[in-house]
Design a protein around this ligand. Sequence first.
Ligand code: 6PG
Length: 260
Amino acid sequence: MSTWQMIPDSVLFVKIGFMELRIFESKEEVARSFSAYFQEFASERSVAHIALSGGSTPKIVFEELALNYKDRISWKDIHLYWGDERCVPPSDEESNYKMTRDFLLSKIDIPEENIHRIRGESEPEKEAKAYSMLLEENLPLVNEIPQFDMVILGMGDDGHTASIFPHQINLWNTLQHCVVAEHPVSGQQRISITGSIINQAKVVAFLVTGANKSQKLREIIMQEREYEKYPATLVAPKSGNLLWFLDREASSLLDENTQR
Ligand code: 6PG
């Protein structure tokens, strides 16, 4: 059963089962709305452990946070981690850490000890184990699974999320908290958190913009066609708190008559 309603600045806001879709006219409005949500979320906690997504979509959000939330968020109470990283040095253009440093970290006053990057330059298997340990030591454990306050995710136009790709969807259910994965086209090695951690988070927020994502998004949201092959379909936090921040282009194949 889905309910559609308007909220300020949004095109549409819909609940489909346990999912909340917040749809905005543009990626700029997605960035503004998510940043406001993030600020409120952080203000409600004495400390917040947040897993960041990589790729290109977060850049506009990080710019908005750096520009308009530099002094409106108590960054000393925020601990930042990554849901995945490319196995490259932190100075590499492909590095999710470098992207975050360039667009956010270099512009806000956050203690270095609050930044817990994945060492993409290290031996992948070793780093996957080391990062699993770091999460177990830093995060509260619920049923022996580290619990983030918020996991931020992107989605690829192939339906992947974090660095769990359709050709390796089996990695989602491994017992390890972090695994080594491989990009299906470039073969680039990645380190990624797995399904157990993602679905243990108090809140999971997807940031998905652009028309190239619309087909997979429709299949996943409406559980149509090949949705079961897409790792993003497996995102179902036990808390029931799953938010999709979408622009009109990404949601262009969804409409008010869309029922599930
Ligand atoms: C990464 C990501 C990945 C990303 C999607 C979407 O390291 O690439 O974490 O999961 O979120 O590939 O990427 P875009 O935002 O660039 O479309």
